[in-house]
Design a binder for this molecule. Structure first.
Ligand SMILES: Cc1cc2nc3c(=O)[nH]c(=O)nc-3n(C[C@H](O)[C@H](O)[C@H](O)COP(=O)(O)O)c2cc1C
Length: 400
């Protein structure tokens, strides 16, 4: 088998220089990359750079090397087309099937998976025209990554920044590995919670748990690679934002509930992978609790936190919404899991055995996914992404 063939489309945004790093990632990991910049992109990074870094010829128009019919052949032979950065203009052209240069022709002839990594000013991204174009592309099965939030071209900041090239590369690797031209979560919105909540006692202390957030992040990444629009509600993870995912940061269980309920309003599926504290301190001391000589500390009184999984399962924001819970058990794992599934009323429950050295913080996981229909899907010990993909495999047929 030859090297996987990747077309890297580069359009005319200030982030074009970051595509050089993406290109290097592809070539260094054994991909044959054909860079197709737009004429505007060459104002930012010249053809010499693209040609030297890719080892392939570079053209922007359909009129070069016409005997090779490049406007058809490049797309036809690609295993993946990724456009990074994708301008508002190129998204509009792709959504409407325009074909006035080599890149837009390639997009029409490609039958392989296509990934767009948009980058533009917040106003351009939020404009209804752009949003409708993105929705059209997603509905057709194109993966459109959400832009990141941060510093934009000038001094301004906001949503519209190109995701980290390393993260774009990882998303593309996943899309290539699945190899399906129309991803099964295309046009869907999914909400994933990740991490562990922290319940403050005073400004410096909290009750927390050992969840790293890695399983939830794996769920978010894999959903994005399967074409979903993803909202990741992240509690105290410290992990880098996955490319193409909307990240909402929260601290406590109450904040996590608010963020999940808000995002779940139009979601097709909600996956609650976060470890949410069952209890929180009844009172919060606004100043640091002091140690007093010859006096025992006050006992910490706890109150119950809201049961978010039970709430969203009982009160689905839209008909047919699929709700998935996670249960970390230390003993009698399956029986406890089955009881929890019934108590919570969710559709699927991922049950894993945890302990000080198991699951928390590690890159691997092992679990059984219980279904409300009585199904039981064991997932052998392996990367958290493999478990994440199994969860989505089980969610997809349950979607309305
Ligand atoms: C300095 C500068 C930076 C730009 N950055 C962006 C950008 O980040 N995103 C975008 O959509 N357009 C950006 N534009 C506007 C595009 O270059 C313009 O819409 C162009 O027609 C896009 O052509 P293309 O889609 O064929 O590459 C920028 C223009 C300039 C002059």
């Amino acid at each position: 088998m030859g090297k996987p063939k990747v077309v890297l489309g580069v359009s005319g945004g200030i982030a074009a220089y970051k595509a050089c790093e993406l290109l290097r990632r592809f070539t260094e990991s054994g991909h044959d990359v054909r860079v197709v910049p737009t004429a505007s992109a060459l104002h930012f990074v010249g053809a010499t750079t693209w040609s030297a870094l890719s080892g392939n010829p570079v053209a922007t128009e359909v009129w070069d090397d016409v005997h090779e019919v490049p406007h058809v052949r490049i797309g036809q032979h690609a295993d993946l087309v990724v456009v990074a950065p994708a301008t508002a203009d190129v998204l509009a052209k792709a959504a409407h099937g325009l074909a006035d240069d080599l890149l837009t022709n390639t997009l029409l002839t490609a039958r392989c998976p296509v990934v767009f990594a948009p980058a533009m000013h917040t106003e351009m991204w939020e404009h209804p025209a752009t949003q409708e174009n993105v929705a059209t592309l997603r509905r057709r099965g194109t993966v459109v990554l959400e832009p990141a939030v941060g510093r934009l071209t000038g001094v301004d900041t906001g949503k519209g920044r190109l995701p980290d090239p390393v993260e774009i590369f990882e998303a593309c690797r996943r899309v290539l590995a699945r190899g399906v031209a129309k991803p099964d979560l295309a046009g869907r919105h999914v909400v994933v919670s990740a991490g562990g909540t922290r319940e403050p006692l005073d400004p410096v202390r909290f009750l927390g748990n050992r969840s790293s957030g890695k399983q939830g992040y794996a769920l978010a990444r894999t959903a994005a690679a399967r074409g979903a629009r993803v909202t990741l509600v992240a509690a105290n993870t410290g992990l880098p934002d996955p490319a193409g995912v909307d990240v909402v940061e929260v601290g406590t269980a109450v904040q996590l509930r608010e963020a999940v309920l808000k995002a779940a309003g139009d979601a097709d599926a909600v996956v609650m992978a976060a470890a949410v504290a069952d209890f929180r301190p009844a009172t919060y001391a606004s100043g640091k609790i002091k140690k007093k000589d010859d006096q025992e500390p006050e006992p910490v009184v706890l109150v119950r936190n809201p049961d978010i999984l039970a709430e969203i399962s009982a009160d689905r924001a839209r008909p047919g919404q699929v709700v998935v819970g996670f249960a970390a058990e230390t003993d009698d794992v399956l029986a406890n899991g089955r009881r929890k599934l019934e108590r919570k009323g969710c559709d699927l429950l991922v049950v894993n055995e945890v302990g000080e050295r198991r699951t928390f913080g590690s890159e691997e996981n092992e679990a059984v996914v219980l279904g409300a229909d009585g199904s039981e899907t064991p997932v052998p010990y392996g990367p958290k992404e493999a478990l994440a993909d199994t969860v989505w495999d089980l969610v997809v047929p349950r979607l309305a």
